[in-house]
Design a protein around this ligand. Structure first.
Ligand code: ADE
Length: 239
């Protein structure tokens, strides 16, 4: 059985969405992973197929009912495979590559996409959902966040991407926080009055590697001091 993703959503037509045009889409067609969607509204029990209601305590927006979301979760889990339930929410833990690697190592994922003000807290707790955010900004729904998470997962599945790329990435993220990537160049060697750095044309592999390492470190230090401080606790590691 390949890695399997199920999206619980009010907008199943958003899947696979842009993923269908990417590397992940090709891998999907090749059976390297599989995807299905469940329409949360199909689990409503009243004749109006209600999925949400006003928040207790007042305030703006609507909250998704716990009973309806719970029934959708039960349907997704009915195959007996213990896939983690992941609720996409800006209240969640910030997604990083370590979380992606962990999710890819399992049998798959069940993605819960909320709309409105989100899910009733009780179903999040009752189902032991992992809450994940894709960044400190608010989307109008969990679906684009779920597509981001899926793309990040699928590219790590065996046979989806060239081994070289992933191996390279591992070496950069080994032992703590990752570095940002070094800058890339291709032909022409001079374009618009701008030359490619000489060292990249030199053919000296060790020097190229050293230059790239330096550029990666400089970019990380300048752009992401949070990452930089996590990998150099004692100010060491500058060679
Ligand atoms: N839903 C709305 N905003 C989100 C975010 N930033 N991350 C994950 N899910 C979301």
């Amino acid at each position: 059985m390949s890695w399997h993703a199920t999206a619980l959503t009010l907008f199943p037509e958003m899947f696979p969405g842009t993923l269908g045009h990417s590397l992940a889409g090709r891998a999907l067609r090749e059976g390297k992973w599989s995807l299905d969607t469940l329409q949360i509204r199909d689990f409503a029990t009243d004749k109006h197929r209600t999925v949400d209601d006003t928040p207790f305590g007042g305030g703006a927006g609507m909250v998704m009912r716990p009973d309806v979301v719970d029934a959708a979760c039960a349907a997704a889990l009915a195959d007996g495979v213990a896939r983690p339930l992941v609720y996409m929410t800006p209240r969640g833990r910030l997604l990083d590559q370590a979380m992606v690697r962990e999710l890819v190592a399992g049998p798959g994922i069940i993605l819960v996409c909320g709309r409105y003000e989100g899910l009733d807290q009780r179903v999040i707790e009752a189902r032991g959902m992992r809450e994940i955010s894709v960044g400190d900004y608010v989307l109008s729904g969990g679906e684009p966040a779920a597509l981001v998470l899926l793309d990040a997962c699928v590219r790590l599945l065996p046979g989806v991407m060239g081994g070289a790329t992933s191996a390279e990435e591992e070496s950069f993220s080994a032992g703590g926080a990752p570095l940002l990537e070094y800058p890339h160049y291709t032909r022409p060697a001079e374009w618009d009055g701008r030359a490619v750095p000489d060292v990249l044309l030199s053919g000296h592999h060790a020097e190229v590697a050293r230059w790239r390492r330096g550029m990666a470190e400089a970019a990380t230090r300048e752009r992401r001091p949070d990452l930089w401080s996590r990998r150099t606790p004692a100010g060491a590691l500058s060679n």
